[in-house]
Design a protein around this ligand. Sequence first.
Ligand code: 13P
Length: 245
Amino acid sequence: MKELIYANFKMNKTFSETKDYLKELDALLVDEPQKICLFLPYTSLYLSKLYKGEKFLFGAQNMFEEESGGYTGEISAPMLADLKVKTVMLGHSDRKKFGETNLQINKKIKTALRYGFEIVLCVGETRAQRNSGKTKIAIEKELGEILFGIYENELKNITIAYEPVWAVGTGKIADSKTISEAVKFIRSTINRLYSETAGKEIKIVYGGSITPQTAREIYKNKNINGVLVGGTSLNAVEFAKLIKA
Ligand code: 13P
């Protein structure tokens, strides 16, 4: 499905570059009803307060679990809420490379829920886990630990992004069958952790080396609610093609 389209800029584009980019993308999408949520670097999130249109929403790529205090370099939920940011991405594999644990992501989710944020939660296996046949075990463990203590009625604020680590930023998109199987497995895990309804209703998007050419295949899958795009989203022309695919 083409219900949710997210872009993750990662550590790319200055505030000024992002303003120019938005003008360009807006012009390319004049007849396109689709809303797009862009996960921007913190330095560009003031745009969330400035922007008066309806097409774009702005999200943070991370957020700290505590609300204030001696946490130099971190960003809190009240800081984001004050900028009218409504969505936060948590648990991206880039963050895990800096040592972020499932327990910490779990705390971040609880804080984000208290502040009423929409959450995009990234999960996915590494290349080593896939090669050793441990994809399901890895995803099940991640979801079990990260969602510990989260109530079923809170899942409506959470979208799961299936991002196999080996497909992120590598140009090697997972094939349709691999994506489809993983998404089914995520639904069945939510089913086991919560209920059949929860497994059916949870929103799941795919992320990892998506291009305009591969996006269409993903939109066709009714089990997948949308996409989370990294590299391709940095070029307005290519991203507009992907959105219209
Ligand atoms: P790429 O599309 O560059 O592989 O990045 C995907 C991603 O990490 C989105 O969060």
